[in-house]
Design a protein around this ligand. Structure first.
Ligand code: ARG
Length: 659
């Protein structure tokens, strides 16, 4: 059930005689934050009265007269300048809760009407181990897939693996020059990752060595710039002080960023210099970066040796990421990597040329887009195809295969320009009927507010991060003090299971809790805490509901019988407040879809858990005053448990029966 929609319908009818823009005015209904103003509030009387040249309160009164809301709300109250406060009738809440009891969808309607949505997410470049940067796409994409599927869309998930790029040139080079075939055969996953790391470290070293001079100069320039800005600011007149301060702050930021860049390059150089083995390799492979590009190009040209190596390595690289997906409980309908489209790229370019969209320029083939300064290059001078060419082929393939109404690309904000261009070209293809969305997201930052890295400057491995989270979760929820309270006692296996569900859930939930476009700071302690806006808190609330049902020895079917026998009655405001939250799950899910923002569902679950906590503090269930009150409370507890469990499940987060 989606109350705002229901209310809007009624408002549209009532507004019809007052305005021919009933739709717009009817949409001005919001949930209230203060229960004294009812549960929802309509704000349309004020703008409408301006239009009509009448007093807002008169317009509001007339609307209230016209409104047919008797089955949903008490008589609406006109407040302040003309707000219309809507308070749901208890009778309506009872009916709504009753229809949720025994319904596995918790009252949420299907909205998809069999429309198809393709979600491109996770999509790591394989060959390198997954790192902290891969969390966001994986977790956000999975939550969208689960939620939209639940809403009744035909969702196709596709992991667009980077399985054809430079990283394979890197492994192939590493294998040929410092790999030991016997060792690789024995433990391929680990050894290939090691070869990648080593080769990549040498490449980074070379780049760092070459950039050192430039970075030093940038720092000098930034420092000089700061000194000058400081001097200017001291002489600035009073009226310009504010602007001067701003200029100083931004000059300081430039210095800090130049310092960070230089420090990062030095870190990469030191890491190699201080390791005799690596230092020797660095000496032996001075042109490794160019050589790696050449190995990649050979692979793309179909060079037999490199293709054979690629075929041998790829399954092991997939094993490596699949281990992480298993642990995260994330799966895909398709895993069509970049290599899958390799054979189609020539045709894509040819078609673009035939259609007059692409033309040659300086030996490369480019699509010139009026809305962009730089063209989209689809074939380089040397004949190589690009990331964009593959994405065009992928788009074409998905349209043919899945006939989608929406395609979502869950990819880092830093690729915005790529997707803007891709969508612009798609537009020229005549794809107006498909909604293409770059579901972009910000960066995971360390405690210091900079992109999260290890001390040597490499990105933190995803698996070790998951291990840390599980360990931290164990300390929080399975410490001796808490364990003493459980009867029967928790054995080792149960503790391990709980730590895993809580730890992994915490990382996912924390990521999803921020609006996807913002950056956030990674703080494990905060993420797994029992108190605060965490999944641990929601999971714990769920476990409390189960405990009560267990003590009452009631299943939901028993609760339904009780309700049928006794009927409903709210006797405390906390019961009603919880009921109002419980019927809003659908509202949260539609808000999630509207903005492709899982934090909408996170907020909803936290609010529901908080409403439940208030209810728990104020309303006895087992010692309720009358059977009717007890039936009502048991129904609320049972539904809270199911709404929390379902909501978490749609975010990819598990629950445990006790913790
Ligand atoms: N593999 C790419 C990367 O790691 C992301 C791919 C996203 N999907 C796409 N269709 N371009 O940056």
């Amino acid at each position: 059930m989606h109350l705002p929609n229901l209310l809007q319908q009624r408002f549209r009818n009532a507004l019809a005689s007052l305005s021919d823009e009933a739709e717009t005015y009817a949409s001005m209904i919001r949930p209230t934050s203060d229960p004294r103003h009812g549960d929802y509030q309509a704000n349309c009387a004020m703008p409408l009265s301006k239009r009509l040249g009448r007093k807002p309160r008169d317009v509001a009164d007339e609307l209230v007269e016209q409104l047919e809301l008797g089955d949903l709300c008490d008589v609406p109250e006109v407040a302040g300048p003309g707000f219309i406060n809507l308070k749901l009738r208890d009778e309506f809440l009872y009916q709504s809760l009753r229809s949720m009891l025994g319904d596995s969808r918790c009252g949420v309607a299907e909205h998809g009407a069999d429309r198809s949505i393709v979600i491109d997410f996770s999509s790591p470049n394989v060959a390198k181990p997954m790192h902290v940067g891969h969390i966001r796409s994986t977790v956000i994409g999975d939550a969208l897939a689960r939620s939209l599927r639940f809403l009744g869309y035909r969702v196709t998930t596709d992991n667009h693996l980077g399985d054809w790029g430079t990283q394979f040139g890197t492994i192939i080079y590493g294998y040929k020059h410092f790999g030991d075939p016997a060792v690789v055969d024995k433990n391929p996953v680990k050894e290939l990752a090691k070869l990648y790391r080593t080769a990549n470290q040498l490449i980074e070293y070379r780049k760092a060595v070459r950039s050192l001079e430039r970075l030093r100069r940038s720092l000098d320039e930034a420092t000089a710039g700061l000194a000058e800005t400081l001097a200017q600011s001291q002489q600035a007149e009073a009226s310009k002080q504010k602007a001067a301060k701003k200029a100083v702050a931004s000059a300081e930021r430039r210095v800090a960023s130049a310092e960070a860049n230089l420090e990062s390059a030095r870190g990469k150089i030191d890491a190699v210099d201080q390791d005799p083995q690596l230092a020797e390799l660095a000496e032996l492979h001075p042109d490794i970066d160019a050589a790696v590009l050449e190995e990649t190009a050979k692979l793309h040209r179909g060079d037999e040796e490199n293709v054979t190596l690629w075929k041998r390595f790829l399954p092991h690289c997939k094993d490596e990421i699949n281990r992480v997906y298993d642990r995260l409980d994330v799966s895909f309908d398709y895993t069509l990597g970049e290599s899958f489209y390799h054979g189609m790229l020539g045709d894509v370019v040819e078609k673009l040329e035939q259609d007059g969209l692409a033309r040659e320029s300086d030996g490369a083939v480019c699509v010139f887009l009026p809305e962009f300064d730089a063209p989209m290059i689809v074939r380089k001078q040397d004949g190589a195809y690009l990331y964009a060419t593959t994405d065009l082929a992928t788009l074409q393939y998905r349209l043919e295969q899945f006939n989608p109404s929406e395609i979502l690309y869950v990819v880092d904000t830093r690729q915005s320009e790529h997707f803007e261009k891709l969508f612009a070209v798609a537009h020229h293809f005549g794809l107006e009927h498909v909604k293409l969305v770059h579901v972009n997201f910000g960066t995971v930052l360390g405690e210091d507010g900079r992109p999260m890295k290890t001390r040597s400057g490499t990105l933190i491995g995803l698996e070790s991060l998951l291990d840390d989270a599980v360990e931290r979760a164990r300390q929080v929820v399975c410490n001796p003090e808490r364990l003493a309270g459980f009867d029967p006692p928790m054995d080792e296996a149960e503790q391990e299971m709980i730590a895993e569900v809580v730890g992994i859930g915490a990382i996912k939930f924390a990521d999803l809790s921020h609006h996807r476009t913002s950056d956030y700071r990674f703080n494990l302690d905060k993420m797994v805490a029992l108190e605060g806006n965490t999944s641990t808190y929601v999971q714990y609330s769920y476990a409390r509901t189960q405990k009560i049902l267990e003590n009452a020895e009631k299943l939901e079917s028993d609760v339904i019988d009780m309700i049928e026998r006794e009927g409903w009655s709210f006797t405390h405001p906390a019961e009603r407040a919880l009921a109002v939250m419980l019927i809003k799950l659908e509202e949260a899910l539609l808000a999630l879809h509207k903005d492709y923002a899982p934090n909408q569902l996170v907020d909803y679950l936290l609010d529901t858990a908080k409403a439940y906590s208030k209810f728990n503090d104020n309303c006895h269930v087992l010692r309720a005053e009358t059977p009717q009150i007890q039936a009502t409370r048991l129904a609320l507890v049972s539904l809270t448990g199911r709404v929390l469990q379902l909501g978490l499940q749609l975010l990819g987060v598990g629950v445990v029966p006790r913790m």
